[in-house]
Design a protein around this ligand. Structure first.
Ligand SMILES: Nc1ncnc2c1ncn2[C@@H]1O[C@H](COP(=O)(O)OP(=O)(O)OP(=O)(O)O)[C@@H](O)[C@H]1O
Ligand SMILES: [Mg+2]
Length: 335
């Protein structure tokens, strides 16, 4: 079994200005392994500022970890040779939130799709290039004749986002990192695009990291989930258990705030009352200041406790259970 991509005990700290004051720990001591031969969909969830995009940027090699390393096929991404780097750039693709961002308004869709084909020498002739473009567009549910030759402003938001997915797919990636891919798309198209992603995983064997703050979509698309809060993993496991039976007070808060179509329950009924937060102690559980169940022991950051073979929560409410080595987080996630 080969590991496609691996975060090994990675932390990312942002500092500001020359004085390096007020450092933000955007991601803390996180390990995650993505296997090459077990395509899966993993959700990374958490509220704004929890470190989701930081995690994506690290995996894509766009930013460097402050501590720890990132390995592509067992090799540190900082020391890849030319051809290895090319393979990494091709096999790990991204789709971002804003479907406008990657489009240059002066170029047609054809241009957007031809650039990666040329850059990675994916076709030997114009006909072959055209075939690959059409195949990728069809795979994401677009009709090539509807979109080729058009400029970005002549497309809908949903079409644009699907073209982004098609562009990533052209490269036959092994892993697609999708950071809030549907948050700027109409609700009516959301399910459609998520379905497209799921088909890619099933039909093309592409693993997907689906980053979202929306647990409802996570529940429908993903197999497993990692819940982040202030850069730390609060809970992880198979998506069904974590969402139906959350074990960390933070995940419980997230699940309770979903407007499930349950008419008996009013929104905010279980809202957690924010406590006086004061200064955040980096050695404590990051959720302690907001946690309704906080105890004295929470001044020491809890490890992950194993609830079931496929669920663990970093909370002392479960301290009778065995703890899990954070570096073995991925073993909890079903493929
Ligand atoms: N370039 C940067 N410089 C300084 N701090 C940063 C930088 N990028 C992110 N941060 C901080 O790191 C933390 C994590 O940010 P990140 O963008 O990863 O969160 P996120 O979970 O993606 O949030 P959102 O849901 O709003 O997109 C935040 O506190 C953010 O302010
Ligand atoms: Mg983000």
């Amino acid at each position: 079994m080969t590991n496609l991509l691996e975060l090994r005990n990675v932390s990312k700290v942002y500092t500001r200005g020359l004085t390096h004051s007020n450092p933000t720990i955007a991601l803390r001591e996180t390990s995650l392994t993505l296997k090459d031969d077990e395509p899966t969909i993993l959700t990374v969830a958490g509220e704004s500022g929890s470190g989701k995009t930081t995690l994506a940027m690290l995996l894509l090699g766009f930013i460097d970890p402050t501590v720890g390393e990132i390995l592509y096929k067992g090799r540190n991404i900082r020391s890849l040779t030319g051809s290895e780097r090319m393979a990494y750039r091709r096999e790990v693709q991204a789709v971002f939130q804003d479907p406008f961002a990657v489009f240059n308004p002066f170029y047609t869709v054809d241009h957007l799709l031809t650039v990666p084909i040329r850059r990675f020498k994916l076709a030997k002739s114009k006909t072959e290039a055209r075939d690959r473009m059409e195949e990728a567009l069809t795979a994401v549910g677009l009709r090539p004749e509807d979109v080729l030759g058009r400029f970005p402003h002549q497309l809908s938001g949903g079409q644009r986002q699907r073209i982004n997915v098609a562009r990533a797919l052209l490269l036959r990636p092994r892993l697609l990192i999708a950071d809030e891919p549907v948050s700027m798309v109409d609700a009516s198209l959301r399910a459609n695009i998520l379905e497209t992603l799921r088909n890619l995983q099933r039909d093309y064997g592409v693993s997907i990291i689906y980053i979202t703050h929306d647990l409802t979509t996570a529940y429908h698309i993903a197999k497993s989930i990692v819940v982040l809060y202030r850069g730390g993993v609060m809970e992880a496991g198979d998506v069904d258990s974590v969402i139906k039976s959350p074990q960390h007070p933070y995940t419980q808060l997230l699940v309770d705030s979903i407007p499930w179509p349950n008419l008996d329950q009013r929104w905010g009924e279980h809202a957690i009352i924010a406590r006086e937060s004061g200064l955040h102690d980096p050695g404590a559980c990051p959720f302690m200041p907001r946690c309704p169940k906080a105890m004295d022991i929470c001044r020491n950051r809890p490890p992950l406790f194993q609830i079931t073979p496929h669920q663990a929560a970093a909370c002392y409410l479960h301290d009778k259970l065995p703890s899990v080595d954070a570096e073995r987080l991925s073993e909890l996630l079903p493929a």
